[in-house]
Design a protein around this ligand. Structure first.
Ligand SMILES: [Zn+2]
Length: 288
């Protein structure tokens, strides 16, 4: 028996959702609902310098006004610190303390292994994991065969200097804890997947199925960011926003109430219609 589909949406609360993150949320919601699965919401709030207190309620309000109901409570990465540290302990001797500053590493395309054998104390330093392995290949439901095997991973950070887990470590641990087995997210995280797959191999965690949907970029080719006011989402225009996002996902939905539009889109959903490629260019403003 195939296990029940468990998907999730995991925004960083560094600002309100923009059209690109709404597209990811809609794709992940539709895929979960079309598979009669559950859709969890997790706030990825470990990147503390970027967390803005007003962001989380704004994100929840946007999801609600666009009809994207989640199952169960709102989960938070910051509630899983013990699990993160347990996983780091499990990595054992693969980890080493690194005292290199951002400035010292500036301009390098990979970590040169400076601290591997320095035996620095763990307190007050970041922890990196030894990673000579080639990036694992995987099959992505949108991007097809993803083979980054010509890219040797460099020793990456699993615990930051401030003691919090790094993004790839926390995501692997949190997805496992929530039983997430299907990840639909933005293609800007495609490269990060290699590090997550390696961590899963070392931690003996079964990898989820991946679908990396294209990232919406401006006509100029610039990725939409949370700080770009032009693409901020106005919840009063939810049906229009939804129509725009669905159209980018290959579905021409008739304008209606958001619940009706989403119900229609679940029936029509076919991930093969999502454009392959890591970005969707040419988008300039919300269509109204
Ligand atoms: Zn170092």
């Amino acid at each position: 028996m195939t296990p029940q589909y468990v998907g999730r949406f995991a925004p960083t609360p560094s600002g309100p959702l923009h059209l690109g993150s709404l597209l990811t949320a809609v794709a992940s919601w539709l895929d979960a609902r079309a598979h009669h699965g559950s859709w969890l919401l997790r706030i990825d709030d470990l990147d503390t310098p970027r967390v803005e207190p007003e962001a989380e309620p704004a994100i929840l309000a946007t999801l609600e006004s666009h009809g994207l109901a989640w199952d169960g409570p709102v989960h938070r990465q910051s509630h899983q610190l013990q699990r993160h540290h347990g996983a780091i302990r499990q990595l054992g001797e693969r980890c080493f303390a690194c005292g290199c500053t951002r400035r010292e590493l500036r301009g390098l395309d990979r970590y040169p292994g400076t601290c591997r054998d320095r035996g620095l104390p763990r307190d007050g330093n970041a922890l990196r994991v030894r990673a000579e392995a080639a990036a694992p290949a995987f099959v992505d439901r949108v991007q097809g065969d993803v083979n980054m095997s010509n890219r040797t991973l460099s020793d990456f950070i699993v615990q930051r200097r401030d003691g919090y887990a790094s993004y790839p470590l926390a995501v692997v641990v949190d997805d496992l804890a929530l039983g997430v087995n299907n990840v639909v997210r933005g293609a800007d995280l495609l490269e990060n997947t290699a590090e997550q797959l390696l961590l899963m191999r070392w931690l003996d965690v079964p990898p989820p199925t991946y679908a990396h949907v294209p990232v919406v970029v401006e006509a100029s080719g610039v990725k939409l960011s949370k700080h770009n006011r032009a693409t901020a989402i106005d919840n009063r225009w939810a049906p229009h926003n939804l129509a725009t996002v669905l159209s980018l996902l290959g579905l021409e939905a008739p304008l209606d109430q958001v619940e009706t539009m989403l119900a229609w889109a679940v029936g029509e959903w076919n991930i093969a219609r999502v454009p392959r490629g890591t970005s969707l260019a040419g988008f300039s403003a919300l269509a109204r």
